[in-house]
Design a protein around this ligand. Structure first.
Ligand code: FAD
Length: 469
């Protein structure tokens, strides 16, 4: 802990380095204290909003010298408490490092500041006739730096991979203020080991991302979308196999919603749901194509699946508006979640073929152990990613802990992971040994100690190092 005198000196140094953009702890707005998860926030020392990499570097140099913790913050849409304020920390907002610096259509890449929102990146790519493939419900607020730091997944991993697969280059500021420039623009670069992956998915614990080179894909001329009611999870997998084989991998999203999801939507709808609510499983399928793609390709795949008894009922969007409406249903998870708040949020992953089994086992485990709780199930089937939202719980209470234990024990027996895409943050720290071996954890700690010996970057999140210098 810093003395009052050290604190005052630190704040004065930060104010000198920043030319504005600093708010003292007691005046920090509630929105800057925690992300979307119900973690309790600590009381920060200050909130700083640098405009340049040099200012980020100066902040880290000053905080490192004083041994003051720093919490990097993006759009604050995280679901693991990674950006949540801790006691006495400097909250480092990247929001002002935003904007598209360069868009190269020949190289199919874009150079952006870390604070650029995902939505702005998608729009800039589309305006240039290209496509930025990451997509998730929080697109209007989340930032590219946050997406990279959490290795975000989202709706189109099936075709394009996770954020890791969309990063060509990075600029990162290390704990001591050193600027590490790795703004590679070459698709191929094997000049020794690549350091960028260290910062992708490390949730602000190893460095602060300030700029990025993003990989773009060819523009999408059409995206056909349908909502399917299917008799079983096995039928859903068979449709996915059929669709991928017949379209040469053009299926870009294959989202599952279990019946609780559709039943929960009904009270939020101003018109009837597009399909009856009593099917065992619903799938939102999207197939992307270029200008020459056939109008009927998805319809033909679905007709073949129906003939094989794999589909009970289906709605195929015939206009862009219909397609947007179907996607909106899937994006309404925020509303469903509000109905059963406070919630505990799971984004587990298991081998693709076992998602149906995982959902059934978790549903019956929760019903048996916690009959007074509601649970909603949905997921990205092609990626083996199952989301479960359960509530109401007491945030940080024993019911929350026991529900977590129940879900993570099942995931462990299915050889899965406690986090498919949201990350560990502070929320899942205690469960990390369920998904990482003691040897992996020891190496992670060693890495953290060598890159951030004073442990100033996002302490209490992801990697705990006892006895930092
Ligand atoms: C409605 C909704 C839907 C969502 N859907 C998905 C989904 O489908 N898939 C998915 O993966 N996630 C999803 N999320 C979670 C969230 O949007 C992602 O984790 C996103 O990548 C977080 O970005 P952010 O800018 O909001 O980061 P924040 O929440 O601000 O921070 C997240 C973590 O990254 C660190 N960080 C942020 N910026 C930087 C930086 N520049 N340098 C270093 N560290 C940094 C923070 O310290 C923290 O540990 C969803 C969230 C909501 C609210």
């Amino acid at each position: 802990m810093l003395t009052d005198q050290q604190r005052d000196a630190l704040l004065a140094d930060l104010a000198d380095a920043l030319a504005g953009g600093i708010t003292p702890g007691e005046e920090v707005s509630a929105a800057a204290l925690r992300d979307w998860s119900p973690e309790t926030a600590g009381r920060p020392l200050a909130h700083v909003r640098p405009r340049t990499t040099e200012e980020v570097s100066a902040i880290l140099r000053i905080c490192n010298a004083a041994g003051c913790p720093v919490v990097p913050q993006g759009g604050m849409t995280g679901l693991a408490g990674g950006a949540t304020a801790s006691d006495g920390a400097v909250l480092l907002s990247l929001a002002r490092l935003s904007g598209v610096e360069k868009l190269d259509t020949d190289g199919a890449l874009m150079v952006v500041g870390a604070g650029t929102t995902l939505d702005a990146v998608q729009t800039a790519a589309a305006e240039a006739g290209l496509f930025f493939a990451l997509d998730l419900g929080a697109r209007g607020s989340c930032q590219i730096g946050g997406n990279i730091s959490t290795n975000a997944g989202g709706n189109r991993v099936l075709k394009y991979g996770m954020m890791r697969d969309l990063v060509l280059g990075l600029e990162v500021v290390l704990a001591d203020g050193t600027v590490l420039t790795m703004m590679n623009e070459c698709p191929k670069n094997n000049a020794g080991p690549d350091l960028k992956p260290l910062f992708i998915g490390s949730e602000g614990t190893l460095g602060v991302i300030t700029r990025a080179v993003l990989k773009l894909h060819p523009g999408v001329a059409r995206a056909d979308v349908a909502l399917l009611a299917v008799p079983s999870f096995e039928a859903a997998l068979a449709i996915l196999r059929l669709g991928q084989a017949q379209s040469a991998g053009a299926i870009s999203a294959f989202e599952a919603m279990w019946p609780e999801f559709l039943r929960g939507l009904a009270p939020h709808m101003s018109r009837p749901l597009p399909l009856p609510e009593d099917a065992p499983l619903y799938i939102l399928i999207e197939m992307q194509g270029g200008a020459l793609a056939s109008d009927d390709a998805l319809a033909e795949i679905l007709a073949a699946a129906m003939e094989d008894g794999l589909i009970l009922d289906a709605v195929l969007a015939t206009t862009q508006r219909d397609a947007d409406d179907l996607w909106r249903l899937r994006d309404m998870i925020a509303e469903l979640q509000r109905d059963i708040e406070p919630v505990v949020n799971f984004d587990v992953s298991v081998p693709v073929a076992r998602i149906g089994e995982a959902a059934e086992r978790i549903r019956s485990g929760l019903a048996k152990g916690f009959p007074d709780k509601e649970a909603i199930f949905f997921g990205h089937v092609g990626d083996g990613n199952l989301h479960v939202v359960a509530g109401p719980v007491t945030p940080g209470g024993s019911d929350e802990r026991e529900i977590e234990r129940c879900v993570y024990e099942i995931v462990r027996t299915l050889s899965g992971s406690i986090s498919a895409e949201h990350g560990i943050g502070m929320h899942k720290l205690r469960w990390l040994p369920y998904s990482r071996t003691p040897q992996e954890l020891a190496l992670l700690r060693q890495l953290k100690r060598s890159m951030d010996p004073k442990g100033i970057l996002n302490p209490g999140k992801v990697i705990e190092i006892a006895g930092a210098d």
